[in-house]
Design a protein around this ligand. Structure first.
Ligand code: NDP
Length: 426
């Protein structure tokens, strides 16, 4: 059945405009700009001034950047996560229906994987294994992760060329090889029942991010005898965020990344290199640039993170409950708008305040993760700055998709809930 379903070529492009040559240039440049940004941030963080406005130099010799041990560590880590993913623990659920009306099955056990990974990290700490290796070779690990992501993307592209049309991503089937390579040609590439995109989205990078933070905390203890309050807050906030994502693993099955985006360089590099190596920038910064944080300031930051988390979790759970079962007593009393597709849109509760309350909560938390690094440097605020741009762009993509899906009903929703993310501002 799958082979009979033909899908049309991608007609709407991102990152470069409608003309073949331009979109290719946009995607082509991003292949260098994104890894270059990771490299620049880490090099800058290693300097005493950590100033984003100054080019960090001189560049380390190229031969010092490639480290076979670092690549082996990364491969061992990814393989370990792959084994945990395949173990018969957790449950199996179905994703949302695909174009051919079939549903893929997904293993829900990322939280288990995180618990096992944390326990092993604890054992490594007790056994005094050199966890600070991660700090000392962070640049080499990032370079290695970048190359692994590139190798995976090349594999994914060639694998997609052999896939049936129905398996291709609607947005990654332009026929332009550079664009499709970057955006992702195949929607849900699998080897047997092993879903490559789903695995990479939540496990090696996200769990790795938390463990990287813990390694930085250990390095801080080695250098100064005890962890700083700033480091404890950053590690705790980010661990809470990752644990929440893994605890609610099923929710990812309805996100744009799984439902709409193909698996190519953009997501592969994002999952394996960008997330673990730039999201941990605050903790990396704190090791070499210690900050004093008073109790009152710490309490205020905890409050900001809590408010962000309540908005983020409340809105995501509300939509998820509603999409799974509109008659669920938790959401049955909320006001809704009918759409021509049969689905309804929430217009009260969190989704009646702004059209993307989950993004608002996420951004408030992002700010709380940077504040423990003080106000003297811009660098630790990279995450919240980049994340604002990412979520504004993502929100525009989603609005566009929703307008196509729901037409007049979406216009009515926009009229009743006029602000996108920030009440009375945007
Ligand atoms: P959402 O979870 O916001 O999903 C958007 C979809 O929700 C729409 O396409 C629509 O799909 C549905 N929807 C929109 N409005 C309504 C409404 N009023 N009532 C009911 N359904 C509605 O998007 P994302 O996948 O982008 O984000 C999920 C979470 O992940 C967010 O909290 C985000 O902040 C976070 N995130 C974090 C990132 C990170 O790097 N830390 C990166 C990206 C996202 P439909 O109608 O088809 O159900």
């Amino acid at each position: 059945m799958a082979d009979k379903i033909k899908i049309s070529r991608t007609s709407e492009f991102e990152f470069g405009g409608p003309i073949g040559i331009l979109l290719s240039v946009g995607a082509f440049l991003l292949l260098f700009v994104i890894p270059g940004t990771v490299f620049y941030l880490l090099l800058t963080c290693n300097t005493e001034e950590a100033s984003v406005l100054r080019i960090p130099g001189p560049l380390p010799p190229l031969e010092t950047l490639w480290d076979t041990t670092a690549v082996t560590v990364l491969l061992a880590w990814i393989s370990f996560q792959a084994i945990l993913y395949m173990l018969p623990m957790g449950k199996v659920v179905e994703g949302i229906p695909l174009r051919d009306k079939t549903r893929l099955k997904y293993k829900i056990n990322a939280f288990h994987a995180m618990v096992v990974s944390f326990l092993l990290a604890g054992v490594a700490f007790v056994l005094k294994l050199p966890l600070s290796y991660v700090y000392d070779h962070f640049l080499q690990l990032a370079v290695g992760a970048g190359f692994l992501a590139l190798a995976l993307s090349i594999f994914l592209y060639f694998k997609a060329l052999a896939a049936p049309d129905s398996a291709l991503a609607p947005g990654g089937n332009s026929g332009n090889p550079i664009y499709d390579f970057f955006i992702g040609h195949e929607l849900n590439p699998r080897i047997g029942s092993f879903d490559l995109k789903y695995f990479c989205e939540l496990r090696p990078g996200l769990i790795g991010w938390c463990l990287i933070n813990l390694c930085f905390l250990v390095k801080e203890v080695e250098l100064r005898g005890s962890p700083s309050l700033s480091m404890i807050l950053v590690c705790a906030f980010q661990a809470l965020y990752v644990m929440d994502a893994l605890w609610n693993e099923e929710c990812i099955l309805t996100t744009m990344d799984i439902v709409h985006d193909g698996f190519g360089f953009m997501l592969a590099f994002g999952d394996l290199c960008w997330v673990p190596f730039t999201y941990s920038l605050q903790a990396y910064f704190l090791v070499s640039h210690p900050q004093e944080l008073g109790t009152f300031a710490a309490l205020c930051i905890v409050l900001i993170n809590t408010v962000g988390y309540i908005i983020f979790r409340g809105s995501n759970s509300q939509k998820n409950a509603f999409r799974r079962n509109p008659a669920d007593p938790q959401v049955a009393g909320l006001k809704t708008i009918p759409t021509a597709t049969g689905k309804r849109l929430l217009v009260s509760g969190w989704w009646g305040i702004v059209r993307h309350p989950n993004y608002l909560g996420d951004l408030i938390m992002a700010l709380a993760w940077s504040l423990p690094c003080g106000l003297s440097h811009i660098l630790p605020y990279f995450y919240v700055t980049y994340f604002t741009v990412l979520l504004i762009h993502r929100e525009a993509r989603d609005e566009h998709q929703c307008m196509k899906k729901y037409g007049l009903a979406w216009q009515e929703y926009c009229r009743r809930v006029p602000y996108r993310m920030f009440p009375y501002i945007y």
